[in-house]
Ligand binder design. Structure first.
Ligand SMILES: Nc1nc2c(c(=O)[nH]1)N[C@H]1C(S)=C(S)[C@@H](COP(=O)(O)OP(=O)(O)OC[C@H]3O[C@@H](n4cnc5c(N)ncnc54)[C@H](O)[C@@H]3O)O[C@H]1N2
Ligand code: MOO
Length: 402
C-alpha cells in the first residue's frame, strides 16, 4: 500500500499540458489564476499626499502661539500652488501636498479663526504625509503568475489602472457517478435506493476550487454505460473524476471501462482512512482520478490528497495549502493500520490559548453529517496509539478545498 505523502507527491508530479490563456476584465477576474506577472505601471501613491484632515506647512514656519494666515484650501483631486513661506494651507485626506510644505498638522490640535491658524502642539517634521511610491513602486512585480485572484489582489491591480488581465482558462472537469442504488435528489426513491449526494457535493467542491464543472454524468452498473459516459467526459474535459465502483465488488466497473478506453491504470491502495482505493490514469493525456464512493471518503480524498494536483492543473503557484499543529481533545484511542484523517472541529483552549481539535463522534466513511460539522481533518499516523493530549497535524478544511 502506498503511503499518503508519496501518493500526494505522485499526483503532483504528473506531467501536465500547457494551459490555454485568455483575457478577462477585472470584473470577471475573481477566482481566476494569473497567467502573467502583474507589474506596477505607476508609483502608488503617485504623489505625496495628506493622510489626515488638517493644515500643511513648512515646519520651520511654526512658532509656539503664533497664528499663520491660510494661503489656500486644497481639496482631494486639486493641484495646489507651491507653499508660501510664513503661511499655512488647509488640507484634507488624500489632497496633494503643496510643493515646499513638509508637514501636516491634524485639525484637532489647531484653532482656526479669521482665516488664521494657531497650532497648539509642536509639529513633527514629515508627519501625516503619505510619500509617493511608499506603497508600490513603478516597475515592481506586484503579483506573480500563478496567483489566484481574490478581492485583495483585484483591488491592488485596480490601483494601477489595469482593467484586463491574462488568466489561465478555467479547468474543465467532468464528473461520473456510478451505481444502480443511486437516484438524483428530487426524484422518487425506492426503499432499496439512496440519493446521489456525491454528484452535487463534488460539483460544489470543484466550484469552490475555482474549476468549471462542464458535465456531470451518472452511469448505472453496466460496462457499456460506464464506458460511454467516460468517453463523453474525455472528449470534453481537461480532468475526469469518477466516484465509486473502484473497489473489489462484482459491479465495480470503472476500471474495466477505463481499460477499454486504452487507459493504463495506476491503481493504488493508499494507506489513508477514509479513502483507501484511489486510481489515477490518463486517456490521450487527459487525467482521470477515481475516487472511492463513500461520500466522506470522496470528500476527504479530494480535499487532502487530490486538491494539490487540481491547483497545479489550474496553473496555481501554491498547490499545497498549510497544515497546522493542534492537540487532540478526546477520551477515545485511535490506532489504525492506515493514517487516519479524522473529521475534527478546531477551537482554542480558553486558558492556554492552545489550538485543540475535537473529533466528530462517528467517523465512518458513510457519515455525511461529519462533513459540515468539521472544520478540519486531523491526521493520526498509522500504527501508533493516539489519544487526548497528543499533538497532530491538522489540514484546515477551508484551506484545502480552495
Ligand atoms: N472486500 C472489500 N470491500 C471493500 C473494500 C475492500 O478493501 N475490500 N474497501 C472499502 C472501502 S475502504 C471503500 S472506500 C469502498 C469503496 O468502494 P467503491 O469506491 O467501489 O464505491 P462503491 O462500492 O460504489 O460505493 C461505496 C459506498 O458509497 C456509496 N455511494 C457511491 N456513490 C455514491 C454517490 N454518488 N452518492 C452517495 N453515495 C454513494 C455506495 O452506495 C456505497 O455505500 O469499498 C469498501 N469495500
Ligand atoms: O477507506 Mo474507505 O474509504 O473506508 O471509506
Amino acid at each position: 500500500m502506498l503511503d499518503f505523502d508519496t501518493a500526494q507527491q505522485r499526483l503532483l508530479d504528473l506531467p501536465i499540458a500547457d494551459i490555454p490563456v485568455e483575457t478577462v476584465s477585472l470584473e470577471q477576474a475573481q477566482g481566476r489564476v494569473l497567467a502573467q506577472d502583474v507589474v506596477a505601471t505607476l508609483d502608488m501613491p503617485p504623489a505625496d499626499n495628506s493622510s489626515m484632515d488638517g493644515y500643511a506647512l513648512r515646519v520651520q514656519d511654526y512658532t509656539a502661539g503664533n497664528a499663520l494666515p491660510i494661503q489656500q484650501r486644497i481639496f482631494a483631486g486639486e493641484a495646489p500652488a507651491a507653499q508660501e513661506a510664513g503661511k499655512i494651507s488647509r488640507i484634507f485626506t488624500g489632497s496633494l501636498i503643496p510643493e515646499g510644505a513638509d508637514t501636516v498638522v491634524i485639525q484637532e490640535v489647531c484653532t482656526e479663526a479669521d482665516e488664521q491658524v494657531t497650532i497648539n502642539e509642536v509639529p513633527v517634521a514629515g508627519q501625516n504625509i503619505r510619500r509617493q511610491g511608499e506603497d508600490t513602486r513603478l516597475g515592481s512585480v506586484l503579483l506573480e503568475r500563478g496567483t489566484i485572484l481574490g478581492a485583495a489582489e483585484i483591488g491592488l491591480i485596480a490601483t494601477q489602472g489595469i482593467d484586463s488581465l491574462a488568466v489561465y482558462r478555467q479547468l474543465k472537469v467532468g464528473i461520473l457517478t456510478t451505481g444502480d442504488e443511486l437516484v438524483p435528489p428530487g426524484q422518487p426513491r425506492l426503499g432499496s435506493q439512496i440519493f446521489n449526494s456525491n454528484a452535487p457535493m463534488l460539483t460544489a467542491l470543484f466550484h469552490t476550487l475555482g474549476a468549471q464543472v462542464s458535465q456531470v454524468l451518472h452511469a448505472r452498473d453496466d460496462l457499456n454505460a460506464t464506458h460511454e459516459a467516460l468517453n463523453t467526459l474525455f472528449s470534453e474535459c481537461d480532468l475526469v473524476i469518477s466516484v465509486g465502483g473502484v473497489s473489489v465488488g462484482e459491479k465495480d466497473l470503472v476500471k474495466p471501462a477505463l481499460e477499454a478506453l486504452g487507459a493504463s491504470l495506476d491503481f493504488w491502495k493508499v494507506r489513508m482512512k477514509p479513502g483507501k482505493p484511489v486510481a489515477l490514469a490518463s486517456v490521450n493525456n487527459t487525467p482521470v482520478i477515481c475516487l472511492p464512493g463513500n461520500p466522506v471518503s470522496a470528500y476527504t480524498v479530494l480535499a487532502v490528497l487530490v486538491s494539490p494536483l487540481i491547483r497545479k492543473l489550474q496553473g496555481r503557484r501554491k498547490c499545497v495549502p498549510p497544515r497546522i499543529q493542534a492537540i487532540l481533545k478526546t477520551d477515545k484511542i485511535f490506532n489504525e493500520t492506515r493514517d487516519e484523517f479524522l473529521r475534527v472541529r478546531m477551537s482554542q483552549d480558553e486558558e492556554t490559548g492552545q489550538l485543540m481539535v475535537e473529533p466528530y463522534d462517528r467517523q465512518g466513511s458513510g457519515m455525511s453529517s461529519s462533513l459540515p460539522w468539521a472544520n478540519g481533518f486531523a491526521r493520526v499516523p498509522a500504527v501508533q496509539k493516539y489519544t487526548g493530549g497528543d499533538r497532530v497535524w491538522v489540514y484546515p478544511k477551508e484551506d484545502w478545498i480552495r
